[in-house]
Design a protein around this ligand. Structure first.
Ligand code: SF4
Length: 319
């Protein structure tokens, strides 16, 4: 399924539904879209049955699992744009089925983003198997081959795992779980970015079998996406916050992708005065204008930031 999301080529939604966990969820796009369609369905419009249930009810779609086998050209695929795969109501078995498909479709790159990285870590780090009373082993080797083989890598090379970081609190709580999860690419989605985020802090890990250790958070991150919020109740994005992330990425050699300003554009990021009648908001030392997502665009300090962790490009046909 095609998508307007700038950093991916397609979405794959074997799960829908979610519940809000933090400030970044306040104006959840998926929530709003589902509610709107649900209302239309209840008013008699013809829409898929999935909209009959409220968004907070997690729905599994086993019939969608095979979709990636049908895509002929290799794609970057965002897994669950309308849900959080690691929500507590998604059963373990279903999550393993999703991983099974990703393991079998190595030609595609799958991007999984969660606000529940503690469950992702628990399932993917080997603790899951220990809790089940089996030895620690790469889960996908077991899924595909039935047996663990020597030399198997402990994660899927075509799966990128990410967590959302909207402010410092989310960074402090979530990044350490991501860093403890085995992954080819670990990424952060800082969207909607709601405050400054410092990723130079030291994430501390504790292990029962040693004294624990610390890692500077940004050194374990392979990609950062940042962006503002869109929609009726969108909150503005201060240019200092996004420049701060961009500067950290440049300093530590982390690829950076700036998705959009969202509904509001800071006055120092546009050449066009939108007129005195345009709604504005003062954020400390800057003023942001409500010009709409399209006009606000995605230039940061006069240029697009389209870096990917695999050195790939953004599809230029998306404008
Ligand atoms: S975790 Fe994501 S999908 Fe779930 S409510 Fe929050 S923003 Fe929406």
């Amino acid at each position: 399924m095609g998508t307007a999301i700038e950093w991916t080529d397609a979405v794959w939604n074997p799960v829908t539904g979610c519940s809000k966990v933090s400030e970044g969820c306040r104006n959840c796009y998926a929530f709003g879209l589902h509610d709107m369609r649900r209302k239309a369905l209840l008013e008699g419009k013809k829409l898929p049955k999935q909209y009959a249930k409220p968004f907070t009810e997690i729905q599994l779609f086993p019939d969608r699992l095979a979709a990636p086998f049908k895509w002929k050209k290799p794609k970057r695929v965002f897994v669950n744009s309308m849900a959080d795969l690691f929500h507590k109501d998604v059963p373990d078995d279903f999550i393993w089925s999703v991983f099974d498909i990703m393991a079998k479709c190595q030609e595609h790159t799958f991007q999984i983003l969660t606000k529940r990285p503690e469950r992702m870590e628990a399932m993917l780090s080997g603790r899951y198997w220990r809790d089940l009373g089996t030895s620690t082993r790469p889960f996908f080797a077991r899924i595909i081959k039935g047996e663990e083989r020597e030399g198997d890598v402990p994660f899927l090379p075509n799966v990128w795992l990410g967590t959302s970081v909207e402010n410092q609190k989310a960074a402090d709580e979530r990044v350490r779980h991501l860093l403890e999860t085995p992954a080819t690419v670990r990424f952060l989605s800082c969207e909607p970015l709601l405050g400054p985020v410092d990723l130079e802090f030291t994430a501390q890990f504790e292990h029962p079998d040693n004294e624990g250790y610390g890692v500077q958070a940004i050194k374990g991150i392979d990609w950062i996406i940042a962006g503002g919020e869109s929609g009726t109740n969108a909150r503005p994005l201060h240019s200092d916050w996004v420049e701060g992330l961009r500067d950290q990425c440049e300093e530590y050699g982390v690829p950076f992708f700036f998705k959009q300003w969202g509904e509001w554009v800071p006055f120092n990021q546009t050449d066009t005065f939108p007129g005195h009648k345009t709604e504005s908001i003062k954020m400390g030392n800057i003023t942001c204008w409500r010009v709409g997502k399209k006009k606000a665009g995605r230039l940061l300090d006069g240029q697009e930031w389209n870096q990917f962790p695999d050195g790939g490009e953004r599809d230029a046909s998306r404008t």
